[in-house]
Write a protein that binds this ligand. Structure first.
Ligand code: GSH
Length: 204
């Protein structure tokens, strides 16, 4: 194992750092220049053809997509920790919430980020932000009614699905979307934030 994460503070690389801390896996972190110029460079595109962050290396193996990185780390080095047994209903829920976190909830959150922070001001469209805030609220409401009584997505067991969701909730919180009515979501998020490695990962 020779894990290197190409990281930008505040980005989805948080998921990989948090999981490695929870699994006690040794990880070298290289903080990259998040500017569009660097991310569009040939050097970065060779590692991640999408021009996005993060990238994970394990020796001479390289991959992008943060959720897939988590699955790789669990399967290669997790020894059965932080994920349910494949083929069970718990594993189906693990997949449901992991995919929901990135493919459904993080989509509108990404649109908000693009049109408030990432793109140059001249390319930002306020109507996209309004629409994305609405779509994100619908997703958070789905989490509120769909997640059960917790404390984690799969009940008592903390899993990597919570790591996937944790970053999406960091973003939602950053955009002021965890509103007072989202009682379960707020208490779930508080529980994630109370984990020692959450704070440690966020500070890197
Ligand atoms: N689904 C991808 C999303 C990657 C992504 O959107 N990364 C953001 C940072 S968290 C980024 O690089 N944004 C810059 C851009 O899209 O221009 C993943 O989970 O790795």
């Amino acid at each position: 194992m020779a894990l290197t994460l190409y990281h930008a503070p505040g980005s989805r690389s948080f998921r990989v750092i948090w999981l490695c801390l929870e699994l006690d896996l040794p990880l070298t972190i290289e903080t990259i220049d998040f500017s569009p110029k660097f991310r569009n460079s040939e050097r970065w595109r060779a590692l991640n053809p999408t021009g996005k962050v993060p990238v994970l290396r394990d020796g001479d193996f390289t991959m992008f997509e943060s959720g897939a990185m988590l699955q790789y780390l669990l399967d290669a080095y997790g020894g059965g920790r932080l994920q349910p047994t494949a083929g069970t209903q718990a594993a189906a829920m693990f997949q449901q919430w992991s995919w929901f976190a990135e493919a459904t909830l993080a989509r509108p959150l990404g649109d908000i980020a693009q049109h408030t922070v990432v793109r140059p001001e001249s390319q930002r469209i306020p109507a996209v932000v309004d629409d994305a805030r609405h779509r994100a609220s619908v997703c958070l409401q789905a989490l509120e009614v769909g997640m059960g009584s917790g404390p984690y997505l799969l009940g008592d067991a903390f899993t990597a699905a919570d790591v996937n969701m944790g970053y999406s909730l960091v973003l939602a919180d950053r955009f002021g979307l965890i509103e007072p009515g989202l009682v379960r979501v707020a208490s779930y998020f508080d529980g994630l934030k109370a984990r020692r490695h959450f704070g440690q990962a966020l500070r890197l």
